[in-house]
Design a protein around this ligand. Structure first.
Ligand code: C5P
Length: 414
């Protein structure tokens, strides 16, 4: 892969030398770009010797359009990213080759901030990072430790190991199996040939629900299910990487993905409210959550000390409510977890729920369903098409679902 390694001016620039060497050793083509300030910390000759090509002189070097490096990159990594670099990037400035590259690229961007604690905690740095995260920039947070001048505290750039791991994960995650639909997908091994995806959800809002809701019995106990939320979170991350603005309404304990607006909920009632609000302006709604189907009718206000006779009531059908209020052209995706006769039941569910796509998985199949990192699904479509996605990572399954969503947005049916 072609990786632009941007180095800005901080003492952590010395670690960029190691990052560069490791990326080249892993077989990547590394294009080094230094800010003027970075040259005070490491020599351009050092980076030029280790990278795949020499450090360009700057924006005014003859023959290189200022956009070329960004356009050609598969990934842009900035390590270290100083407070100044982050501010210029967040403001959309392009006053040197690195910021021009960042502005011109459509590839994923990873930044590794490094600065003194006071700067790291300054509201302007916090705001700039929030802006960048919202735009989908991945941030490898700094750790705590010795800083320039002998100070100690948070702001120390992540170690090369962590940065290399983040790059490898992003390159693997960004990529998705070629095609992604039934006959082509079936021909591929799990985790097989991978191609970078285009940002085909740019300008769209995608709302995703995830996780199993928890319905209170009393202040201590809940009714819930085995859903981990991994598939829903993977859909949110995949949509983010394909350029969408993403709102994730989650009842899962998983960490919040970067670059995604997260609304944390507990019960079906909370999820219904949050989804109703978020879905109003969305072009795509993916209801991946395992909503508890029933809940205690009258949860106790104090802890129960005897075995209760629970009286249950059905939870609101969130998906049905979303279908009844769908905006013109909005694509709605439901999920069905089944343990037997999965596909036949799912066709009936697709009709009943009135969704465009229904993703069905047999949660009793090996490697599939709850809490696994892999899944095996069929995507059923109103109008009759089916896409069979064989066992693969939940991220790859997410991309296969989004392939069909994109096709529906374009007015194509299966
Ligand atoms: O009917 P069933 O629970 O199998 O339907 C599953 C689909 O419906 C999922 O997409 C799930 O998120 C959604 N659902 C819902 N509200 C409920 C129950 C399920 O939106 N109360």
């Amino acid at each position: 892969m072609r990786i632009v390694l941007g180095v800005s001016g901080g003492i952590a620039a010395y670690k960029a030398v190691e990052v560069c060497r490791r990326l080249v050793d892993s077989g990547h083509h590394v294009v080094p770009v230094m800010t003027d300030a970075a040259r005070h910390f490491v020599g351009a000759a050092t980076l030029s010797a280790l990278a795949s090509e020499p450090v360009p002189d700057g924006l005014w070097q003859g023959g290189i359009p200022h956009t070329r490096l960004g356009q050609e990159a598969d990934l842009v990594l900035v390590a270290p990213a100083t407070a100044d670099l982050l501010a210029r990037y967040a403001a959309g400035m392009a006053d040197d080759l690195l910021t021009a590259t960042l502005l011109a690229t459509r590839a994923p961007v990873i930044v590794c901030p490094a600065m003194h604690t006071e700067m790291w905690e300054h509201p302007s740095v916090i705001d700039n990072l929030a802006t960048l995260r919202r735009r989908g920039v991945q941030v490898v947070d700094p750790g705590s430790g010795r800083l320039a001048g002998g100070d100690v505290g948070p702001g120390r750039m992540a170690e090369p190991n962590e940065i290399i791991t983040a790059v490898a994960a992003r390159l693997a995650g960004e990529a998705a199996p070629a095609g992604g639909t039934a006959p082509r997908a079936s021909a591929e091994p799990a985790g097989g040939a991978e191609l970078p995806r285009e940002r085909d959800l740019s300008g769209r809002t995608v709302v995703v629900s995830a996780g199993g809701t928890r319905e209170a019995i009393d202040p201590v106990r809940v009714i819930t299910n085995r859903s981990s939320g991994k598939q829903g979170h993977a859909v949110a991350e995949a949509a983010r990487d394909r350029g969408a603005r993403v709102v994730l309404v989650t009842a899962s304990m998983l960490p919040a993905p970067a670059g995604v607006e997260v609304v944390t909920v507990e019960s079906a009632a909370e999820m219904e409210r949050a989804m109703g609000e978020a879905a109003a302006g969305a072009q795509v709604v993916v209801m991946a959550a395992a909503v508890a189907d029933f809940r205690p009718k009258a949860p106790a206000e104090a802890k129960i000390h005897e075995t209760p006779d629970l009286v249950l009531e059905p939870t609101p059908d969130i998906l049905a409510a979303l279908v009844s209020r769908r905006a013109p052209g909005q694509v709605l995706v439901g999920f069905a977890a089944e343990t037997e006769d999965a596909v036949a039941r799912a066709w009936r569910k697709l009709e009943r729920k009135g969704v465009d796509l229904l993703v069905v998985n047999d949660v009793s199949a090996p490697g599939s369903g709850f809490d696994h990192d892999t899944n095996e699904v069929s995507i059923l479509e109103s109008g009759g098409g089916t896409t069979v996605v064989p066992l693969r990572s939940k991220r790859a399954v997410a991309d296969a679902i989004l392939d069909r969503v994109v096709a529906r947005l374009r007015g194509e049916s299966a």
